[in-house]
Write a new protein. Structure first.
Length: 286
């Protein structure tokens, strides 16, 4: 059976892609940010996932305000990237795993989540930048299942709904009849607001509280409404929804591998959280 080895959540700010393209990882502005990913690379190298399910939000590349699915699951052999207008180099296509996609779709639909299924889906910086950050040099080798959340056109799915959706995704993966290791990736956040009167808004104490609760008490975050999240984390900080869903998908014994928090990257409080997930039977002695 498939096994979920763990989950990673990371910010996906477009400027990260430009910094990588220009080789600025050791530049003083970027170094504390990029250095935070080293333990994540070591964890990935040790766990060797065979596929990654990417929970992200599309920002207008594949879906726009006129047609905005709440949850859209990719079920394609490959996913194209395209120019979004941020000046990022267009990436080679990413590999899909359509069998795993359809298994997740069938199981999650059976749990009464009504999904949009996409046999063609372009992936934007919300997908591409975290893949590049976590698999520098080999990001196109690992098969992916992209799952896009609506964090743009209100009404958005609630934190509770996203957590439950993540749990359903986790159960679906663990019922997949193939010996493989799956990693969950949640992208976006942490606090940021790109426009309006509060442009530049960052809420460090709220972010640090979330980083803590995501490890030990994720249900606590499901008590917030979407409007609470907007107030506490900023209009784009609602991307925290994918971090909450990632945590929901971890069905076993969860422990923190590492985290990083760095203010600011562009307009965003940049965060990273790596969580290991062991089946209950392999629980380490406390
Ligand atoms: C920025 C952050 C985002 O999450 C995004 O999608 C676009 C821009 C930023 O901080 O520049
Ligand atoms: Fe974003």
């Amino acid at each position: 059976m498939a096994r979920i080895v763990g989950g990673i959540a990371t910010s996906h700010v477009p400027a990260i892609g430009n910094a990588i393209a220009k080789g600025l990882q050791q530049d003083p502005y970027w170094q504390p940010f990029f250095d935070g990913y080293r333990p994540a690379h070591e964890w990935i190298a040790a766990e060797k996932p065979d596929a990654v399910v990417v929970l992200y939000n599309d920002h207008g590349l594949n879906f726009f305000l006129d047609q905005m699915p709440t949850f859209a699951v990719g079920a394609a052999r490959q996913y194209l990237n395209a120019d979004e207008g941020w000046g990022l180099p267009v990436q080679e296509p990413y590999k899909g795993d359509p069998d795993l996609s359809w298994h997740i779709i069938e199981q999650v639909m059976a749990e009464e989540f009504d999904l949009t299924t996409c046999q063609e889906m372009k992936v934007d910086h919300g997908f591409v930048n975290p893949m590049t950050l976590l698999w520098p040099g080999s990001k196109h080798a690992i098969p992916t299942v992209p799952i896009s959340f609506n964090t743009v056109q209100h009404p958005l799915p609630t934190p509770k709904r996203c957590y439950r959706f993540g749990q359903a995704i986790g159960r679906a993966i663990e019922s997949y009849d193939k010996d493989m290791k799956v990693m969950i990736l949640g992208t976006g956040g942490l606090s940021h607001q790109l426009d309006g009167e509060r442009a530049g808004f960052i809420n460090k104490s709220f972010d640090l509280m979330c980083l803590d609760k995501l490890v030990s008490d994720p249900e606590a975050l499901t008590r917030y409404t979407v409007h609470d999240l907007v107030e506490q984390a900023g209009t784009q900080g609602v991307e925290l929804l994918m971090w909450i869903a990632m945590r929901g998908a971890l069905t076993g014994q969860v422990s923190k591998v590492c985290s990083n928090y760095h203010i600011p990257i562009s307009n965003t409080a940049a965060g990273l959280l790596v969580l290991d997930n062991k089946p209950a039977s392999q629980r380490k002695a406390a």
